[in-house]
Design a protein around this ligand. Structure first.
Ligand SMILES: [Zn+2]
Length: 402
């Protein structure tokens, strides 16, 4: 017996159209037919096909329906937090000074290396629950606070455990998140260890857990050549590249992403016009992270309009992490997309649903057209645009019960 239901009593339904880049369907007085956890039909209730007229109804309570958010860039698992350092930054101490005292990312790496598998899984559970309550139905999650094999392996094992307990997530191996302290700044030897030893061993120990591989290409971390060797090693292991690119300065990270056919290039505050064109031609999704720009108090926002004009399918993400964006709220990112990146509401919404899912190679998430997973959010607002307009309101969606 198939499970067939029709969602009715909706003020409206808003969904990106997966066959077009930036088109959004806005259907008033909508109905949504669902079969076996997938969308089978959407349209106005008055147009519901006869085959669905006797099907069980689900009352939408007069809400707006939308697809769930997809977050394509998070550093979900880490131990400790950096609120002490944050307060020092507010008092004027520079990030570089904090880092040279052994703080910053080094502090998180120390805490994460000292955390047990159980502690990592428990913190992951509570963060995933918080994301879910705010409407995020699928996430990309990176390793990267181990910076050596055993700790990276424990992080990968924790993600495997979270996947086994039913969370919908994609895992990205990021042992090249920063230079490993034990290499004393020798990026070349460090890159060799990541590409030649750690990535193969992580995939051998945890088969089928990770889908992607990532590297931080930045001045003073890994250069483009080292990034290429790490990502090509990942490709040989079946991992699709993603790149932390052009975040603090231009380094050619976007061009590298295009050259390798990466799924995404992320950050891009200092992306070149050539990089934008190359990404559009190679179908690399630029993933913009405006929460990081906000939290670090930087002046330069990512060039969302130029990327869109270049033909890129821009996505937005939280970049949830303890140092530069401790934010697991998709509405904050949606608001920054509109207010700082100058995206329209429909563009920002598409960037956090359809294009976010596409950057993770999921065709059945981020929209509510036939075939999509029935991850439907119900919002009790008169117009969906209000989610952005009432700037500080902590809206929470309702979910369809299983
Ligand atoms: Zn990141």
């Amino acid at each position: 017996m198939s499970d067939r239901r029709v969602l009715v009593n909706l003020r409206g339904l808003l969904t990106p159209d997966p066959t077009r880049t930036w088109a959004v369907d806005r259907i008033p007085d909508a109905a949504l037919a669902l079969e076996d956890g997938r969308v089978a039909w959407l349209g106005r209730r008055a147009d519901l096909p006869a085959a669905w007229t006797d099907t069980d109804r689900v009352d939408g309570g007069g809400a707006w329906a939308s697809p769930g958010f997809v977050d394509p860039h998070t550093h979900l698992l880490f131990a400790g937090n950096r609120s002490g350092e944050f307060n020092r930054r507010l008092q004027g101490v520079s990030y570089q000074d904090i880092a040279s005292e052994g703080g910053g990312i080094r502090e998180t790496v120390r805490a994460t290396r000292g955390a047990t598998l159980e502690e990592l899984v428990a913190s992951g559970e509570s963060r995933l629950q918080a994301f879910r309550e705010r409407g995020v139905v699928h996430l990309e999650c990176k390793t990267g606070y181990g910076l050596e094999l055993e700790a990276e392996s424990r992080l990968t094992a924790a993600y495997a455990e979270l996947k086994r307990s039913g969370w919908s997530l994609d895992v990205t191996l990021l042992p090249a998140h920063d230079l490993t302290p034990e290499f004393g700044g020798d990026a070349e030897a460090n890159a060799q260890a990541v590409a030649g030893a750690w990535l193969p061993e992580l995939v051998r120990r945890h088969p089928g857990v990770a889908r992607f591989c990532d590297v931080f290409v930045e001045a003073g971390v890994f250069n483009v050549d080292q990034g290429r060797r790490i990502l090509e090693a990942g490709q040989r292991l079946g991992l699709t590249p993603r790149v932390h690119a052009d975040e603090l300065s231009w380094t050619g990270g976007a061009e590298l992403a295009a050259e390798l056919g990466a799924a995404s290039a992320d950050h891009l505050m200092f992306c070149s016009e050539e990089g934008m064109k190359a990404m559009a031609a190679a179908d690399v999704t630029p993933v913009l992270l405006p929460g990081t720009t906000l939290f670090l108090g930087m002046r330069d926002w990512a060039p969302a309009r130029k990327l869109i004009e270049s033909g890129c399918r821009v996505a937005l993400a939280t970049d949830f992490n303890p140092g530069s964006c401790p934010c697991l709220d998709p509405l904050t990112i949606l608001r920054l997309g509109c207010l700082q990146l100058r995206m329209t509401f429909e563009e920002a919404f598409t960037a956090m649903t359809l294009h976010a899912a596409r950057s993770l190679r999921h065709g059945d998430l981020g929209h509510l057209h036939p075939g999509a997973r029935a991850e439907v959010l119900l919002w009790d607002v008169e117009e969906l645009l209000e989610l952005v307009y009432w700037v500080g309101e902590p809206y929470r969606p309702r979910f369809l019960s299983a």
